[in-house]
Design a protein around this ligand. Structure first.
Ligand SMILES: C[S@@+](CC[C@H](N)C(=O)[O-])C[C@H]1O[C@@H](n2cnc3c(N)ncnc32)[C@H](O)[C@@H]1O
Length: 265
């Protein structure tokens, strides 16, 4: 079987039919470079795809959430809309760990440094755009949300439509196919280290390629079982060196359980 046939077979499988084809193609190509023959590369590629797909982080019941969102927006009840968004994000561990920060001024703290964005991108967003109501941004804000998981971008598409924000979320691999939209603030939350696991240097590549005045990175300060972990410490030297070389300003601050890094390009 050729690489393209293998890619198409994986893309048609039950597990990966909602994953971007460009991601599958890239992972196969990268592993083929290392392992030379497709049959040897395939087991490594599958392991890598499983990590990138990260379904173990949790996915909501899409049908139910769609119904709940439609009902909540029909009655225009802010408290109910927030409750549906909060409960939906609670299912995904990256977002769940962050919900407690909203009442502590998480976004206000971020935007106090960057200024309120008129154009914002949310790179590898998962369910995070469901936090829009906590960001205190006007509906005129251009919100570019990207993820490789079409289940997420489809659900967010409905939410954006109901909320009256846009453009429609984008099903795209931000490493293979870097976003072209220039924004005031780009969010790369809890993703830099995942990109580096996918391929050494990929996190830094994405940071460099992102067309934004500010990129705000976040790193979990705890691992998945709640133990304190200095994940940022592994990547800080490379980010600080790039900042020195490229004339970026960086600020680093621990915000409860998330390490935040503001990069002013
Ligand atoms: C660890 S979660 C981070 C989610 C979100 N940024 C947050 O902090 O709540 C990883 C998400 O990134 C998506 N993802 C992984 N690699 C990606 C890539 N190269 N391009 C776009 N999305 C990606 C996954 O589908 C998943 O939804």
């Amino acid at each position: 079987m050729s690489l393209n046939e293998t890619r198409d077979k994986i893309a048609a499988s039950k597990k990966y039919k909602f994953l971007c084809k460009e991601t599958i193609q890239n992972v196969l190509e990268e592993n083929l470079l290392i392992h030379k023959e497709l049959k040897n590369a395939l087991p490594y590629a599958k392991k890598s795809l499983h990590k990138i797909w990260a379904s173990y982080l949790g996915e909501p019941n899409y049908k139910r959430v769609r119904e709940q969102l439609i009902q909540a927006f029909e009655v225009k009840d802010d408290a109910l809309i927030r409750e549906v968004c909060r409960e939906t994000m609670y299912v995904h561990s990256s977002a769940r760990e962050r919900i407690q920060l909203y009442e502590q001024g998480y976004y206000q703290h971020i935007f106090a440094k960057t200024g309120l964005p008129q154009r914002i991108s949310d790179l590898a967003c998962a369910l995070h755009p469901l936090s829009f109501r906590w960001m205190d941004l006007p509906a005129s804000t251009q919100y570019f949300a990207y993820d490789i998981n079409r289940n997420f971008t489809d659900l967010l598409g409905l939410y954006f439509e109901l909320e009256g924000i846009g453009p429609a979320p984008i099903w795209q691999d931000i490493y293979v196919n870097p976003p072209a939209e220039q924004v005031d603030v780009a969010l790369l939350f809890k993703m830099y280290h995942c990109l580096e696991i996918r391929k050494k240097g990929a996190g830094l590549t994405v940071l460099k390629q992102t067309p934004a005045d500010w990129v705000v990175l976040s790193f979990p300060a705890q691992n998945l079982v709640g133990k304190i972990a200095d994940i940022y410490g592994n990547y800080a030297p490379a980010i600080r060196q790039a900042a020195d070389e490229l004339g970026w300003e960086i600020q680093e601050e621990l915000f409860v359980n998330e390490m935040l890094v503001w990069v002013k390009k």
